[in-house]
Design a protein around this ligand. Structure first.
Ligand SMILES: *Cc1c(COP(=O)(O)O)cnc(C)c1O
Length: 424
């Protein structure tokens, strides 16, 4: 809409932008509600964090003011192998030269479907989408089509996307959107059993993240007893066990995050990392659910786009060839060990939880994450991009040398915490 009011002159604007980032934020606020929606809104981050980025390469990011960071958020998951990975981008560009969004899929669709079924141990088939929310939503549709039932069990506080049925902020949704969800506590067998009993004969699915990675609290690995109970209860009820692998997929284990536990889901939802930053999501399932999956109507204008599929094929191939999971494990262990030694030497109580491939650093006696903000703001000033309360991510491009550099920044960050908040 053309504006009728005159542009505010620099003199009357509330604050004059002094950086390119501030100038873009001011322009964005005029034409985008809140300036930026959702998890990427930098207003939730410590002071000094940029909102806008110029480019990414490997494990490094450059903001629009030219500051360079070693990045430990990895685009909040999608960057698995390194930004602008040469093999992934070559595959994507070769497909882009042929076509992306056409009247139907390209051969990459079948090639990628074969590769996905080959990669994920439980998978007999796959359906592609674009975003993680698409995948979790489609997985539940398949479960409901297969069972003819309504109830879905979801853990308190767990994130499964931003559709009305799962968004963590209820504005713009109705209670009815969530009528058929029943909550239980992650890693609490009794609570899960109680929720299953409540669902009774109407239980369609149990939807679980492979690890507990809720915002702002320590991460938790599933106890074997809990994972076994989830599998047993679903089998007994004839319901689908659905793993939400959107965040964990390809980082914890190449064939599925619960493979080390020896437990396989009926359905899994994937996105974020599977095409190394290109928009791709997938639902995988077992033969028992194949007919139901074929009966639901689900689609999207861009879901069969060939470029992301070419990128996905290259991502799966490189991750497997390079032994990505082992690399992330090694690099993540170095970071965790270095941080633990620094914190101990400075007498600062930190907690590092969850798998080393997805680091989370929380401070003792820090309910409002104030120490975390001090830590991250100082590390950022030293060129390292961390997050104070969301799990972070490692990628294939992080090297031992990057970890050594990053640990200099975390040392400064921990010293700032000690100075401002004291030891303890
Ligand atoms: C990010 C995420 C989603 C949603 O994915 P989008 O691509 O943002 O829609 C779902 N589940 C989990 C566990 C996630 O981390």
């Amino acid at each position: 809409m053309p504006t009728t009011a005159p542009e505010p002159s620099p003199a009357t604007a509330t604050t004059a932008a002094t950086t390119a980032d501030q100038a873009l934020r001011q322009r964005a606020r005029r034409v985008v509600p809140g300036g930026m929606t959702g998890h990427l809104n930098a207003a939730a981050l410590p002071p000094g964090y940029p909102q806008f980025f110029q480019r990414g390469q490997g494990c490094r990011l450059w903001d629009v003011d030219g500051r360079e960071f070693i990045d430990f958020m990895c685009a909040w998951g999608p960057n698995l192998l390194g930004y602008h990975h040469p093999e992934v981008e070559a595959a994507a560009q070769a497909q882009a030269a042929l076509g992306d969004c056409l009247n139907g899929p390209t051969p990459r669709f079948v090639e990628l479907a074969e590769a996905v079924v080959d990669t994920f141990a439980h998978a007999d088939w796959v359906m592609f989408q674009k975003n993680g929310t698409d995948a979790t939503t489609v997985a539940l549709m398949v479960a409901r089509a297969a069972t003819g039932r309504r109830k879905v069990l979801v853990a308190h506080g767990s994130y499964h996307g931003a559709a009305p049925w799962c968004t963590p902020v209820p504005a713009g949704t109705t209670a009815e959107d969530r009528t058929h969800l029943i909550r239980f506590r992650y890693n609490d067998v009794a609570s899960l059993e109680q929720a299953v009993a409540e669902a009774g004969t109407d239980l369609a699915a149990v939807l679980l993240a492979p690890i507990r990675h809720d915002l702002g609290i320590d991460q938790e690995l599933p106890t074997p007893a809990f994972a076994q109970a989830a599998r047993r209860l679903c089998t007994q009820a004839g319901a689908a066990l659905v793993l939400d692998e959107v965040r964990t997929g390809l980082r914890l284990h190449g064939a599925g995050s619960w493979e080390p536990l020896g437990i396989r889901p009926d359905l899994s939802a994937w996105s974020k990392a599977i095409a190394n930053g290109h928009a791709l999501a997938a639902v995988t399932g077992t033969d028992a659910l194949r007919d139901a999956a074929g009966r639901i109507f689900t689609t999207g204008s861009f879901w069969a786009g060939g470029v992301a599929m070419a990128a996905g094929l290259a991502t799966l191939a490189v991750a497997r060839r390079d032994g990505l999971a082992a690399h992330l494990d090694r690099i993540g262990s170095l970071l965790r060990q270095g941080l633990a030694e620094q914190a101990a030497a400075l007498g600062i109580g930190i907690r590092q939880s969850g798998p080393v491939q997805m680091p989370l650093v929380l401070f003792n006696d820090d309910p409002a994450w104030e120490k975390g903000f001090t830590f991250c703001a100082e590390a950022l000033r030293h060129g390292v991009y961390l997050h104070p309360k969301h799990n972070m991510f490692l990628c294939g491009a992080h090297t031992e040398a990057d970890i050594t550099l990053a640990l200099r920044a975390t040392e400064a960050g921990l010293q700032a915490v000690r100075q401002r908040h004291g030891a303890g």
